[in-house]
Design a protein around this ligand. Sequence first.
Ligand SMILES: [Zn+2]
Length: 172
Amino acid sequence: MATELKGQLCPACGENKSILREDEVDIPHFGKVYVLTLECEACGYKKSDLEPAEEKEPCRFTFELESDVDLNVKVVKSGEATLKIPHIITIEPGVASDGYITNIEGLLEKVKKMIESSVDAEEDDDDAVKKSKNLIKKLNRALAGQEKLKIIIEDPTGHSAIISDKAVKSKL
Ligand SMILES: [Zn+2]
């Protein structure tokens, strides 16, 4: 069930033209989650985050991507979580950090897009471009199930999870 609130204040342009949507999603082995999305009709600003219905403990999930089967593993990542893929990227929480529900494949696609957009900004820096292109190659191999990767999500609010028997949950 989704609810919508129109005429909300947009934090980006200051107009009362954004829409706040609240969706309720039931995730097996995690529980009920509210997905909140704010989208501005005036400037296009968009931000989403998650909030579980129950209180959660701070947590760290470590997952080893070993084959293409693992790409289907469900991931819940809140805006407060830090995503770490050793030797590839660390994404800290911040204004630009959205919360989302996806799977390992979707997560790697997001990371790939982030690195691809940084390549455009690095056009004058040959070394940085080369490094980014290598990371993209590595991610493409992982997305084809041909490269092993470690994926770590740390969340001080506990609002995140990697939902698999293979994922190791530990205290943060
Ligand atoms: Zn706006």
